[in-house]
Design a protein. Structure first.
Length: 76
């Protein structure tokens, strides 16, 4: 086998193995600031209670967020 043919075979082998290595990469990490939904078990009893109170009052958006923050701090 000639040296040039051996070099071509080597380059081809590296190219094929690199493709397989790239295909096996892991999924990217979540973006900074991205939140995952919490399960009810992971939330505190106070947080759940405040959410139920906000639901009963029909609060949404910024009003709900403000109410829940104050409720959890015990200001309500």
């Amino acid at each position: 086998m000639k040296l040039s043919q051996l070099a071509c075979v080597g380059v081809l082998a590296v190219a094929l193995s690199a493709g397989a290595a790239i295909a096996q990469t892991t999924a990217p990490a979540p973006a900074a600031g991205a939140t995952t939904p919490m399960t009810p078990a992971a939330r505190s009893a106070k947080s759940i209670e405040c959410s139920k109170e906000a639901d009963a009052k029909g609060l949404h958006g910024a009003e709900r967020k403000k109410f829940r923050a104050e409720c959890k701090k015990g200001k309500m």
